[in-house]
Design a binder for this molecule. Structure first.
Ligand code: IMP
Length: 191
């Protein structure tokens, strides 16, 4: 069976292809001739995952899954959430986004936050959602230089290191993305 992953991130695609049953061939957006940036206009993380998967299924007729992730901070009512990638503006860097978060939390004692990934799978006329959440806290300064995004200021519950201090393998074991991907793989393997 062929299954589209609504992404052009070659690393993500390779990683998933290695984990799923051999009978499923993962195709990228490029593989199916889709060269546009699917607009992510929903106002929730779930909404954007659904929007991307539906775009492919409706326009190309393939079974498809899509993912969307973000950082949700309790004291900011769930911000940056769906706007995580562009919190400081659409052409700003990870560092700018982190600075905006730290500035907004400057006088805040409630530092609770979570990372969330939602994967939407469209298969056989049905839609399935898989959600991965990791709870933690936002530090007052950046620590560590691995990873990406908000990793240097996020410490998962029960850990003394930030996400930016963990190896790729360790992060995948506990991260929101790792949790959601394992749910997807378990589902696909059980069919
Ligand atoms: P995406 O949907 O996986 O592209 O994630 C959207 C944005 O959320 C990223 O650009 C990051 O700013 C943030 N984000 C998602 N996952 C992570 C993570 O594992 N570490 C740090 N930041 C993340």
């Amino acid at each position: 069976m062929q299954l589209v992953f609504a992404s052009n991130n070659k690393n993500k695609i390779k990683e998933i292809q290695q984990l799923i049953p051999q009978t499923i061939q993962i195709l990228s957006l490029e593989d199916i001739g889709c060269f546009i940036d699917i607009p992510e206009t929903a106002d929730t993380i779930e909404g954007n995952a659904i929007l991307k998967a539906d775009y492919v299924t409706q326009n190309y007729g393939y079974p498809c899954f899509a993912d969307d992730s973000g950082l949700e901070i309790d004291a900011l009512n769930g911000e940056p959430g769906v706007y995580s990638a562009r919190y400081a503006g659409s052409h700003r860097s990870d560092n700018d986004n982190i600075d905006r978060v730290l500035q907004k939390l400057q006088h805040e004692t409630n530092r609770k936050a979570n990372f969330k990934t939602v994967i939407c799978l469209n298969q056989d006329g049905k839609q399935y959602l898989f959600t991965g959440i990791v709870n933690g806290t936002i530090l007052k300064e950046k620590i560590g230089d691995q990873g990406f995004g908000y990793d240097p200021i996020f410490k998962a519950e029960g850990f003394s290191e930030t996400f930016a201090q963990l190896s790729l393998e360790k992060k995948a074991e506990i991260s929101h993305r790792g949790i959601a991907v394992r749910q997807l793989i378990e589902f696909l393997s059980s069919k």
